[in-house]
Design a protein around this ligand. Structure first.
Ligand code: AP5
Length: 214
């Protein structure tokens, strides 16, 4: 089994900063970042078959069925040997399928970074999040505002709020996280892979903790 390289999973509740940190780490390590949320949102935006199947689950803050997600991740990983997963796996079934998929290539997960942020901070962060529908850049009206009022700094597109970022849906996403995804912490802890990353502080402070943990 090949243990060199970086096959990193970001785990943690919605709004914990997984996407923000995965983006930074992908640039820092020069490896591919695979964000299942971004892939699904793009599919919904374009109205593809995948998007049509995923839309109703996402808008309610429920998980998209495992069989759809497992096929999607297999395709996204393709022949990559180093990658960062943001948003996958989210259930034990997904984690076991990921293991099977990697072991067929003689690979293993190398690190699981668990982002630790209290629920109340999550609600604040998410209610102020805005995203660029075009280039997918993520902003926060309080912590990381765009230079011009709700317009993307990078491509000039008007920023939007995610449909699943209403307080009611976020509370459901937190419930789903605790029920379906939190058990993965124990699953990976038993293999000694989990590093807990304190998620409070500026994105730069959090990123420094991640590079130290790696
Ligand atoms: P997904 O997009 O993965 O959503 P999530 O896991 O709920 O995570 P978020 O994107 O909400 O938050 P994040 O942790 O990435 O935080 P971010 O960096 O943006 O999934 C969406 C949906 O898709 C799911 O509900 C499900 O339906 C479906 N789905 C996806 N994957 C699936 C799977 N494997 N199986 C089944 N269904 C799946 O930061 C949040 C905000 O805080 C931003 O505004 C940011 O600017 C700000 N911020 C970040 N860091 C800091 C900081 N240090 N200080 C202050 N503010 C900060």
């Amino acid at each position: 089994m090949e243990r060199d390289g970086y096959r990193i999973i970001f785990l943690g509740p919605p709004g914990a900063g997984k996407g923000t940190q995965a983006e930074k780490l992908s640039k820092y390590l020069g490896i591919k970042k695979i964000s299942t949320g971004d892939i699904l949102r793009e599919a919904v935006y374009k109205g593809t078959d995948l998007g049509k199947r995923a839309k109703e689950y996402m808008e309610k803050g429920e998980l998209v069925p495992d069989d759809i997600m497992i096929g999607l991740i297999e395709e996204a990983i393709g022949s990559e040997r180093n990658f960062i997963l943001d948003g996958f796996p989210r259930t034990l079934k997904q984690a076991e399928s990921l293991d099977d998929m990697l072991s067929r290539k003689n690979l293993d997960i190398t690190h699981v970074l668990l982002m630790d942020v209290p629920d109340e901070e999550i609600i604040t962060r998410i209610s102020k999040r805005r995203i660029c529908p075009s280039c997918k850049a993520v902003y926060n009206l309080v912590y990381n505002p765009p230079k011009k009022d709700e317009v993307c700094d990078k491509c000039g597109e008007k920023l939007v709020q995610r449909k699943d970022d209403s307080e009611e849906v976020v509370r459901n996403r937190l419930r789903v996280y605790k029920e379906s995804t939190q058990p993965l912490v124990g699953f990976y802890e038993r293999r000694g892979l989990v590093k807990v990353i304190e998620g409070l502080g500026t994105p730069e402070e959090v990123f420094k903790r991640i590079t130290e943990a790696l």
